[in-house]
Design a protein around this ligand. Structure first.
Ligand SMILES: [Zn+2]
Length: 410
């Protein structure tokens, strides 16, 4: 089953909680519906907006005019050659409304500028000689953004900063409770970044944000039930989109899929148990065989595709078989429509797709695995920057007019 973006954007509690809304509240909610749709879908004609939202034509016209005045969208005339009737103007999200995105990882800090609509305008990967601390992450981010001044000056506005961290992040205040691979615990990265950059900062778990990015702007666009599993130098993380919303759990920690048991008595995991997926399916094993030391997504993929040694094949098959064990459990538990594999998991899937497919076809109960699509994440090295930017765009998208008021009065 796929869902239309219309179903997605009308999911918000703000719109469903109240049966009776004041005209002002309704107008502001409707602005949010239109802007969110344009952010997710890209350019749409006014006629398409009318069809997708169910609003009448004059309402759409008024909402687009208001968003235009706020500088968040702009209109253009469509190509009309050979078509009868009055053409419907095209409405575009303004890509120069930007968010800053930051992703600290064990060997690098990634910083990007992402526009409304999900376009990555600019990104920098700063290699760190040692695991960056929170203070170093803030200092490196500040230095990179100082160097991007020219890119930022051409933006109409920077709305804030989103940060994707390979960590357990407390949903209520963004405190990083534990980032095992970075060796951070109980860190308040948000205030450090806010004082370094002078912008509001929101922080989330990297894999959850990856799942959000792929479901909005990537391969799972339009799907409501998605299991996303990402493999990086910081291990394996996951995110679950269930009925169109990220599964968060009581404190925002849901989706620690890397700590599912795949091998009884297997390798010791940093969580203290043995045989977790995270301890068995590791990019380090591949790097050792390939004799490369960069975990950069594109470089790893090129090295892997250029090597067909028996040792590499054996290791890939071992990892694929254990990945199939984990995914079988996840299909039984979450019943996704689509599994999206990111980072090096996508790479090993490309190298041995049939083997994983047959594991998923036969593993889950009652053959439900045969219904599941398996896709490689398509956003590549943009993935976590786009996901982090979603955090920074969230407030603007939920109340475009109110957000503007906040800016003007602050
Ligand atoms: Zn573990």
């Amino acid at each position: 089953m796929t869902v239309s973006p219309r179903a997605n954007v009308t999911n918000s509690p703000r719109r469903s909680a109240k049966a009776v809304q004041s005209p002002d509240t309704m107008r502001r909610n409707n602005l949010s519906v239109i802007l969110t749709l344009l952010h997710r879908e890209g350019t749409l004609s006014r006629a398409q907006l009318t069809e997708r939202t169910g609003f009448n034509r004059s309402t759409v016209g008024a909402l687009v005019a208001e968003l235009s005045e706020l500088g968040l969208v702009f209109e253009s005339e469509p190509h009309t050659a050979g078509r009868a009737g009055r053409p419907s103007p095209l409405v575009h999200p303004n890509e120069k409304i930007a968010a800053l995105a930051i992703n600290p990882d064990i060997d690098a800090v990634h910083v990007g500028v992402v526009g409304l609509g999900g376009k990555v305008h600019r990104k920098i990967r700063y290699e760190a000689a040692t695991k960056p601390t929170p203070v170093e992450t803030a200092n490196i981010s500040k230095a990179i953004l100082d160097g991007m001044r020219a890119d930022l000056e051409v933006m109409d506005r920077v709305v804030g900063v989103g940060v994707a961290v390979p960590a357990l992040v407390q949903a209520s205040d963004g405190t990083i409770l534990l980032a095992p691979h970075l060796k951070w615990s109980n860190q308040s990265l948000g205030p450090l970044l806010e004082s370094a950059l002078g912008l509001p900062v929101r922080i989330g778990n990297d894999a959850t944000l990856g799942s959000v990015a792929e479901s909005i702007h990537g391969t799972a666009h339009g799907y409501a039930n998605v299991l996303y599993l990402n493999g990086s130098a910081s291990g394996i993380g996951g995110g679950i989109l269930s009925a169109g919303a990220p599964l968060r759990g009581a404190n925002g920690f849901a989706g620690e899929l890397g700590h599912t048991l795949v091998s009884t008595g297997g390798a010791l995991c940093h969580c203290g148990r043995r045989g977790c997926l995270d301890a068995e399916v590791r990019v380090e094993n591949l790097l050792d065989i390939l004799q490369v030391d960069s975990t950069d997504h594109d470089e790893l993929e090129a090295a892997l595709m250029g090597n067909n040694s028996a040792q590499l094949l054996t290791e890939i098959q071992r990892q694929i078989d254990l990945l199939a064990v984990a995914l079988t459990n996840f299909v039984n538990i979450f019943n996704p429509e689509m599994i999206v594999l990111g980072g090096f998991l996508g790479t090993i899937y490309s190298a041995s797709a049939d083997r994983l497919r047959s594991g998923i076809d036969s593993g889950p109960i009652a053959g439900i695995g045969r219904e599941v699509k398996i896709e490689k994440a398509v956003l590549g090295s943009d993935l976590l920057l786009i996901g982090a930017a979603e955090l920074a765009f969230a407030q603007l998208l939920s109340d475009p007019a109110g957000y503007q008021d906040d800016i003007q009065t602050s």
